[in-house]
Design a protein around this ligand. Structure first.
Ligand code: AHR
Length: 499
């Protein structure tokens, strides 16, 4: 079967915000402890960071990192994590029924973020935390010395303000599972008061209000409409969360791989719905400013759903092992961010190590999960403008989404460097596609590189024993003739072309 793709560097969706290549590190399971901070490992440096983990993280080129939760943050006292480590309290972390030792806290996270060269994004506790606690944290992190909390920061070893710019006003406050859950009006009112105080401390910060936890919430999208209208003047971004699976963990349907591989239809619609709520709030509030989407939790997650830490330190929870088909879905999710580049301005994969993560560690090493590879490809090669790609491809019928194209394609072009990239997923489980890509205006001289990830078994995974069972390989880039290249995409494949 054949398909055509037309690219034009003048047909632009929007510039791509580099912050869509973000991560999320929560105090849960083995994400922080035994993940990014592992002082007991023979591999760890004097700060407790492991060079192998840091290298794998650096290759993903994360531009922003959300911290410290997640559900964890709604019961977190940030003052527990500062001062001499020996004096920091051990506490029950109620969200994940775990023990929190507080050996990793604000200073350790900032050291980690600096090393990764990533922008920190802090979530404040609007569950058990007060608006005063939130403002105090901004004072601690961002103000020059001369007041109580900024002086305390200096006493704890960091005289200069950290200047944290991005601040999430709580986490998933629509969820009854959330510590201190609120209804939309109560949350919005608390978020506005917190944002007010936080900005009075530091007027340069950007704030992000909580959107719905997922599209299956009975309050979606009403929560979003109400919160947006009440907070609009006080926020810069609005958050979205969503996790996907095959089968969907919320339904009793049998495995439906064709629908799963068409998940980006849902991702696109989700972004459009929340963007529509933003437009409505902008009109109602007669505002002139825009609010961006901050998709600060997204990933495949449906197998390891328990989350009961049995009151252990660093329990093995949510250690999802990813498949080839999951990687194809992750590739399409990143394509959604490019297709919706005008509205999606921040995105963070949840999470970064061990807990529903692209990297899995044990004391003596790590392996890269299948989903690591599309994340790295997009993060390293999508830059500049997202192009509005024209695609003609065969379709097939899916149970969840009706008729869906077999081909998912996005592309970028950076006028500053002249570099371009195209990202193609063949969603078919059985059929190869012969794709002709045409550069309509300025054609590159040649395609510089090409990569492909594919396999026969959609459920194939990597492991410590077989770390490269599913990986991405370089392939010969197809030749360009008169601005046109033809290549074959095997079934179940993800291909990247750069120019
Ligand atoms: O990322 C895991 C959890 O998923 C987060 O703590 C929470 O915000 C979401 O429900």
């Amino acid at each position: 079967r054949t398909a055509t793709v037309a690219l034009n560097t003048q047909r632009i969706v929007s510039d791509i915000s580099p912050l869509i290549f973000g991560g999320f590190a929560e105090h849960m399971g083995r994400c922080i402890y035994e993940g990014i901070y592992d002082p007991k490992s023979p591999l760890a440096d004097e700060r407790g960071f492991r060079p192998d983990v840091m290298k794998a993280l650096k290759d993903l080129n994360y531009r922003i990192m959300r911290y410290p939760g997640g559900n964890f943050v709604s019961g977190y006292r940030w003052t527990d994590g500062i001062g001499p480590k020996a004096d920091r309290p051990r506490r029950r972390a109620l969200a994940w029924r775990s023990i929190e030792t507080n050996q990793f806290g604000p200073h350790e996270f900032m050291e980690f973020a600096e090393e990764l060269k990533t922008e920190p994004m802090w979530a404040v506790n609007l569950g058990t935390g007060s608006i005063q606690d939130a403002a105090d944290l901004v004072e601690y992190m961002n103000l020059p010395t001369g007041t109580h909390f900024s002086d305390l920061r200096a006493k704890n070893g960091h005289k200069d303000p950290y200047g944290v710019k991005y601040w999430c006003l709580g986490n998933e406050m629509d969820g009854p599972w959330q510590i201190g859950h609120l209804d939309a009006v109560a949350y919005a009112d608390k978020a506005v008061e917190a944002a007010k105080l936080m900005r009075w401390m530091d007027p340069t910060i950007k704030t992000i209000a909580c959107g719905s936890s997922n599209t299956a919430m009975p309050t979606f999208p009403e929560w979003d409409r109400v919160v947006l209208e009440r907070t609009y003047d006080h926020i810069d971004y609005f958050s979205m969360h969503y996790y996907v699976g095959n089968p969907n963990m919320n339904s009793k349907e049998a495995v439906d791989t064709d629908s799963y591989l068409a998940s980006s239809v849902h991702f696109d619609e989700h972004a459009e719905t929340v963007a529509a709520a933003i437009r409505l709030a902008k009109a109602h509030t007669r505002s002139r400013k825009d609010v961006g989407l901050c998709w600060d939790e997204w990933n495949v997650w449906y197998r390891e759903v328990g989350g009961d830490g049995n009151w252990e330190e660093a329990p093995h929870i949510l250690e999802e092992v990813y498949t080839l088909e999951d990687a194809l879905v992750v590739a399409q999710w990143l394509s959604t961010f490019l297709r919706k580049a005008d509205i999606v301005r921040i995105a963070c994969i949840a999470q970064i190590v061990n807990v529903i993560a692209p990297i899995m560690t044990r004391a003596d090493g790590l392996f890269l999960q299948t989903i690591y590879h599309p994340l790295m490809m997009f993060s390293q090669h999508a830059a500049g403008n997202s192009l509005d790609v024209l695609v003609r491809a065969p379709t097939h019928e899916t149970r969840k989404f009706g008729e869906v194209s077999l081909l998912d394609v996005t592309a970028s072009h950076d006028p500053a460097t002249g570099k371009g990239a195209a990202f193609l997923v063949n969603r078919s489980q059985t059929e190869a596609l012969e794709v002709t890509v045409k550069w309509e205006d300025v054609a590159p001289d040649a395609l510089t590189q090409a990569w492909q990830m594919t396999g026969r078994d959609p459920m194939a995974t990597n492991s410590f024993e077989q770390p490269e069972a599913v990986t991405i390989h370089t392939i010969n880039p197809p030749a360009l003739n008169a601005g046109t290249a033809t290549l074959t995409l095997p079934p179940l494949s993800f291909t990247v072309l750069t120019s």
